[in-house]
Design a binder for this molecule. Structure first.
Ligand code: FAD
Length: 416
């Protein structure tokens, strides 16, 4: 016989979105339990902390909002209500002040997630929020109660409102595995397939190149695809490319690879030099230098940059030594790289796809499931790295938590 508990609100998913939704509910006195399938909470948030925990970005709000692409209009009210400024004040209130890094990104001064998480959990505990770990949600029973698998068997929970904050499907070993997709689809909720976002790509490197350069960064390069151009760093892997600059282009690259089977990325190895300046440098006599030494000295290329250039030339059947200086200069600043696959979602920073925006009312309640609210990465929006992911998770969670609180209080909830 399943153990049944009766509460005001169940928040399922103890990542940043779930914790923030619970905080909103507890603030109005609701009896809240946060459930999570894992034995520890906020594991992905803690992992994000290893990179310094880029909470948000300091750029002007109109520019910030553009980062959400097709979801911009839908996310704007939530981010207007709880955006970068509010998020920084919230962290400050937890005793975790933030600073703006040189790139405009915002980090807690502690540069990690654990102190912030500890302070946050203390506050939630003081608000009376309870935790149900090792509770894996797998749907509703015929009486509309939430059903969880736990180490002690099945457990049913009757809640007046539910907030689902179950994340996407990247890094599934940290808890978010997209298992909820089938549950919601079976209820008639439209969910777009979860796809990798901020992810790496596969390239059919020669064994020689992969062996020699895997793990090596290409620093200060510029990547171009379609009309997008990004400066930064990429890392050569055995199977392709990873790293910040390619993540920034990954939405467009992914869509191209998935629809056309490949995407042609262009890499400028010396983006600070134009082709004329490079041509002048490469017009100096090569004398008896090897091609590698010449490229290193005349064009200032790194060994991995030279390797990439040679790899591209080999694939196109071109001999670098036979190229005229202007053709060589043009190649150095537009090395073609054929991306033929998208790295698996399990290794992506985040997920695209998720609950279709049309399924969600203004208060973040699912139109087809009254009393069920949704927040965070499980919703169909995507954004580059730079703090935009966590900001949208927090903002949608504030909206969903407050929507759930209104629902519980019997106040008319908003709906469009
Ligand atoms: C390596 C890495 C670095 C990152 N760095 C940053 C960064 O610096 N800045 C930034 O903005 N973003 C960053 N992100 C992304 C950010 O961490 C996520 O966007 C964010 O954690 C999503 O929050 P969420 O609450 O929606 O989901 P999650 O954090 O994924 O939490 C979902 C929770 O739901 C639980 N769950 C899932 N299914 C079930 C179920 N059926 N039953 C019960 N529980 C379930 C999971 O166990 C999990 O605890 C990073 C991600 C990665 C992988």
């Amino acid at each position: 016989m399943a153990d049944i508990i009766d509460i005001d609100a169940a928040v399922i998913g103890a990542g940043p979105a779930g914790l923030m939704a619970a905080e909103q509910l507890a603030a109005v006195g609701a009896r809240v339990v946060i459930f999570d399938g894992m034995g520890a909470l906020a594991r992905k948030f803690l992992l994000a902390g290893r990179g310094g925990l880029n909470l948000t970005h300091s750029e002007p709000l109109p520019k910030f909002l553009k980062r959400y692409g097709a979801a911009e209009a839908r996310l704007t009210p939530a981010i207007d209500a709880f955006g970068p400024g509010a998020l920084r004040r919230w962290a400050d209130d937890l005793g975790q002040p933030t600073f703006v890094g040189s790139s405009g990104r915002v980090f807690p001064t502690a540069m990690k997630a654990s102190p912030l998480l500890r302070a946050w959990l203390r506050r939630l505990d003081a608000q009376g929020v309870q935790l149900g770990l090792r509770h894996r949600w797998h749907g509703w029973d015929s009486a509309g109660r939430l059903v969880f698998a736990t180490p002690d068997g099945e457990r049913s929970v009757a809640a007046r409102a539910t907030v689902l904050a179950l994340g996407g499907a990247s890094w599934p070993r940290l808890g978010s595995d997209g298992g909820w997709v089938d549950v919601l689809t079976a209820k008639g909720v439209d969910v777009s397939a979860l796809k990798p976002a901020n992810c790496g790509f596969g390239v059919a490197w020669s064994a020689l190149f992969a062996d020699k350069y895997q793990g090596t960064p290409l620093k200060n390069v510029a990547l171009a695809f379609a009309e997008q151009r990004v400066r930064g760093e990429v890392i050569i892997t055995a199977a392709g490319l990873e790293g910040g600059a390619i993540y920034a282009l990954s939405a467009r690259l992914r869509d191209a690879v998935l629809s056309d089977g490949e995407a042609r990325l262009s890499i400028a190895l010396r983006p600070d030099l134009d082709v004329a300046a490079l041509t002048a440098r490469l017009s100096k006599p090569k004398a008896k230098q090897s091609m590698s030494t010449y490229l290193r000295k005349a064009a200032g290329l790194s060994p991995a940059g030279i390797g990439l250039l040679q790899e591209a030339a080999r694939q196109d059947g071109v001999a670098l030594a036979k190229l005229a200086p202007d053709a060589l200069a043009a190649l150095i600043n537009a090395v073609p790289v054929r991306l033929t696959s998208v790295a698996p979602i399990a290794r992506a920073i985040s997920s695209a796809g998720g609950i279709a925006l049309d399924e969600i009312g203004d208060d973040y309640m699912l139109r087809k499931l009254p009393g069920v609210f949704v927040a965070g990465e499980m919703i169909d929006w995507e954004a580059p790295t730079g703090g935009y992911l966590l900001t949208a998770c927090f903002a949608t969670a504030v909206a969903a938590g407050q929507g759930a609180a209104r629902w519980i209080s019997g106040a008319p909830h908003q709906s469009v």
